[in-house]
Design a protein around this ligand. Sequence first.
Ligand code: FES
Length: 75
Amino acid sequence: MSNQNAPYEVQVEAGQEYWYCACGKSKNQPWCDGSHEGTGVQPMSFTAKETGTVWLCGCRMSDNLPFCDGTHNSL
Ligand code: FES
């Protein structure tokens, strides 16, 4: 399920809802593109609290999904 051993740095807008790819199969990382169909995994939605940069988990092992918590550093 891992895609990369580093977070995805993305820009988000306050109040906007986003769909994070939790299955790792999307061709449009880190966003869900529907590729999870048949995997039993669903995307994770979150609403941005602030406009700015966030780091979304690339290794899918974070304890704080969809956000990076630094776990990739110990893989
Ligand atoms: S494509 Fe991965 S969760 Fe939708």
